[in-house]
Design a protein around this ligand. Structure first.
Ligand SMILES: Cc1cc2nc3c(=O)[nH]c(=O)nc-3n(C[C@H](O)[C@H](O)[C@H](O)COP(=O)(O)O)c2cc1C
Length: 191
């Protein structure tokens, strides 16, 4: 896909086909994380891959989806769940302050996935205590986010924000996501 099309269509996806993601695609997603820039090149991030149904279910139970929507609309149903999670771990002994590193790595991973038609949802709203225990994190390791992946069973498109207060995503009549983005004129100023 052409780069700008990849960026425009790499949206958040929250319902997925129940089809496994090939190991070669998972490997490429992880390689994309490895390619990301890192402050002072300290590389404090590591990753945990969860790709068996038994374990993705355990992770899924600790995640919350689509806070702007009622759960019956936003929460994936049993047969719509992601087939892969990748947890982003901050190794605080290497660098305790690595939010930007994490953002760059997450961006690379979700784009590499979408290049293969694999959609994603970055999950910040999760039970970090329970997931840290499940992942067996050490005292110096902190769970940054988990990213859910899968082949989407819906579409998602960008719409222009017209009222500055109306930024909530919503579902259209076909249950596809619409994501309002502020227009270029609203967010850019040349000095
Ligand atoms: C740091 C971060 C945390 C997020 N956490 C969640 C989450 O917990 N649950 C969820 O359903 N979506 C989550 N999202 C997805 C956002 O809701 C989504 O990016 C936003 O609505 C814009 O949609 P878009 O990604 O298609 O542009 C998160 C996104 C980011 C960047």
């Amino acid at each position: 896909m052409e780069l700008m099309d990849l960026l425009r269509t790499r949206r958040t996806y929250r319902r997925f086909e129940q089809r496994e993601i090939d190991r070669s695609v998972i490997d490429e997603i992880l390689l994309a994380a490895r390619y990301a820039s890192s402050a002072a090149n300290r590389q404090p991030l590591s990753y945990i891959v969860i790709n068996t149904r038994e374990k993705t279910d355990l992770v899924f139970e600790q995640t919350r989806w689509a806070g702007y929507l009622p759960p019956e609309q936003g929460q994936p149903r049993e047969n719509e769940r992601p087939t892969l999670f990748i947890a982003v771990i901050q190794n605080t002994d290497i660098n305790p302050d690595c939010d930007t590193d994490a953002g760059l790595a997450i961006s690379n991973m979700t784009l590499a996935a979408w290049n293969h038609g694999v959609g994603s949802c970055i999950i910040g709203a999760c039970n970090r205590d329970k997931l840290s225990e499940l992942f067996g994190l050490t005292e110096t390791q902190k769970l940054h986010t988990v990213i859910a992946f899968g082949y989407p069973s819906h579409t998602s498109r960008i719409a222009d924000v017209t009222d500055p207060a109306e930024i909530k995503y919503y579902l259209d009549d076909a249950r596809n996501y619409v994501v309002p983005k502020r227009t270029i004129n609203d967010i850019v100023r040349y000095l």
